[in-house]
Design a protein around this ligand. Structure first.
Ligand code: HEC
Length: 201
């Protein structure tokens, strides 16, 4: 082998070695297991977030049918946070409901990450995306965070619809418990808020 060839081969070898070196550094961060892990935590967050809303809807429907919308206020007021607390205990995820137009200021004011997601969801719903499908999940610092939109359904309107359509009883009860209530004036398909779950990784 002449000197020129040896040089050429050793050049290839050097390139190959440096490629391996790059691969060794990069691959552990982009290999499929990392993605599979992300998918798994997204699926877990979604499952936690979707446990509460259907139960609430059934409870609201039952109570409204049995007596009145007014009598169903405790379902959204007391039962929702209680159920969220129970799910938290069972799963280790923290659960909240937050909104851009808050009814309960003590519990429902979004932080910056939630606010950005809520604003993005409002834009996308207005542009025609099905609100039921709007969700966002990502690692933020040392946590995994996930939000899912809660669209306004006909059932919600008796307590979150335009103020002039609310019954006098509902108006009185809301005025008494939530003097700064901003959570009226919604129409079907708008986003009332999100269910927000988070867990330390
Ligand atoms: C019977 C009246 C009633 C009905 C019906 C109702 N809500 Fe509520 N909603 C309330 C009350 C009262 C609160 C405040 C709860 C609290 O004190 O934490 C509330 C709070 C919320 C919150 C938390 C954010 C905030 O502003 O405090 C969300 C999200 C929400 N409702 C979504 C819905 C959706 C979606 C529906 C329909 C599926 C619905 N609600 C139906 C009365 C109602």
């Amino acid at each position: 082998m002449n000197a020129e060839l040896i040089l050429a081969f050793s050049g290839i070898d050097r390139r190959a070695k440096s490629l391996f070196a790059v691969a060794a550094v990069v691959v552990p961060f982009v290999a499929p297991p990392a993605f599979a892990n992300d998918d798994a935590i997204l699926a877990e967050a979604r499952k936690v977030a979707t446990t509460l809303p259907p139960k609430l809807i059934v409870a609201l429907q039952d109570e409204i049918k049995k007596s009145s919308a007014e009598a169903a206020i405790p379902v959204c007021k007391d039962m929702a946070p209680k159920m969220a607390g129970e799910i938290s205990q069972q799963t280790g995820w923290k659960i909240k409901r937050v909104s851009l137009k808050v009814r309960n200021e003590a519990r429902a004011i979004p932080d910056a990450w939630e606010k950005a997601a809520l604003e993005d969801f409002d834009k996308r719903a207005a542009a025609g995306e099905p609100p039921m499908k709007l969700e966002k999940g990502e690692k933020v610092g040392d946590e995994y965070r996930y939000v899912k939109a809660l669209p306004v359904q006909p059932l919600c309107l008796s307590c979150h619809g335009p103020s002039e359509t609310l019954s006098p009883g509902i108006k009185a009860a809301l005025g008494q418990h939530y003097p700064n209530d901003r959570a009226t004036g919604y129409s079907e398909g708008q986003i009332r808020g999100v269910i927000s779950v988070r867990k330390k990784l």
